[in-house]
Design a protein around this ligand. Structure first.
Ligand code: UDP
Length: 238
């Protein structure tokens, strides 16, 4: 995969990644393994920040479908991301890495509030910053949060860890000969309505010229490989 060298990256972890083999919640072994992936990337010299989702615990849309008011359900979803952020922080600190969790919804006794300049400083000092509580506003997703924080932190790329190894022209779980794109443009992703991240996240990355690298985070050692340029992934760029 040909691409520019990245120095500072944002990693988006969906809640589902932390579920492991389970159907719900946080699986400690999986969180430890994901922390190991992040640690390896850090060891390779990258500045790292992480946005965690909450879909393994609560999704606003699902809550709204069951009758909760959408805004309240979204706040519940954002609180779910804080639990995931603490789990990832804990696993990283056990491995000996310095971390900070910053929440977009201030929670003084749990973690720092989100302060952009402080987050940048943490990264410069070698700390891994984990962003929790999404944007702090309902009606958004943590994909959009990832694009927003990547822009705010001046990240060179957004790495989206999923359970597939890139973007395909059809669902590889349903269509056996589906082909993976090595590289694809933001416009194509939007026009073809490819399910990578939501449209507002794609548009934000396009506008700020931040490439999105979609890769499989379930495979051990893969993040470091993809960062080194020899892993399997799809890069979305202008
Ligand atoms: N959420 C929100 N505003 C945000 C980010 C997230 O309201 O800025 C809520 C929304 O309800 C969402 C939930 O938090 O469903 C969990 O985030 P998401 O679904 O993006 O998590 P993921 O799919 O990545 O696990």
């Amino acid at each position: 995969m040909s691409r520019p060298a990245f120095k500072r990256i944002l990693l988006k972890l969906s809640g589902e990644v932390l579920m492991g083999q389970g159907q719900f919640g946080i699986e400690p072994e999986t969180v430890n393994r994901v922390a190991g992936e992040i640690a390896a990337a850090k060891d390779a010299g990258f500045e790292l920040c992480v946005v965690v989702g909450g879909g393994n615990i609560f999704r606003g849309l699902a809550g709204a479908a069951k009758g909760f008011d959408r805004a309240s359900a979204d706040y519940m979803g954002m609180l779910a991301t804080v639990m995931n952020a603490l789990a990832v922080q804990n696993a990283l600190e056990k491995l000996g890495y310095d971390t900070r969790v910053q929440s977009a919804i201030p929670m003084a006794s749990v973690c720092e509030p989100y302060i952009r300049r402080k987050a940048v400083r943490h990264m410069e000092k070698g700390r891994i910053v984990i962003f929790a509580a999404g944007t702090g506003s309902p009606f958004f997703t943590t994909d959009t949060t990832a694009a927003l924080r990547a822009a705010e932190m001046n990240c060179d790329a957004l790495f989206k860890g999923t359970s597939v190894d890139g973007i395909y022209n059809a669902d590889p779980k349903q269509v056996p000969d589906a082909a993976r794109y090595e590289e694809i443009s933001f416009d194509r992703v939007l026009n073809d309505n490819l399910k990578v991240m939501d449209a507002s996240a794609i548009a934000l990355c396009r506008e700020n010229n931040i490439p999105i690298v979609v890769f499989n985070i379930r495979e051990t050692g893969n993040l470091a490989k993809v960062l080194a340029g020899d892993g399997v992934a799809t890069i979305v760029q202008n």
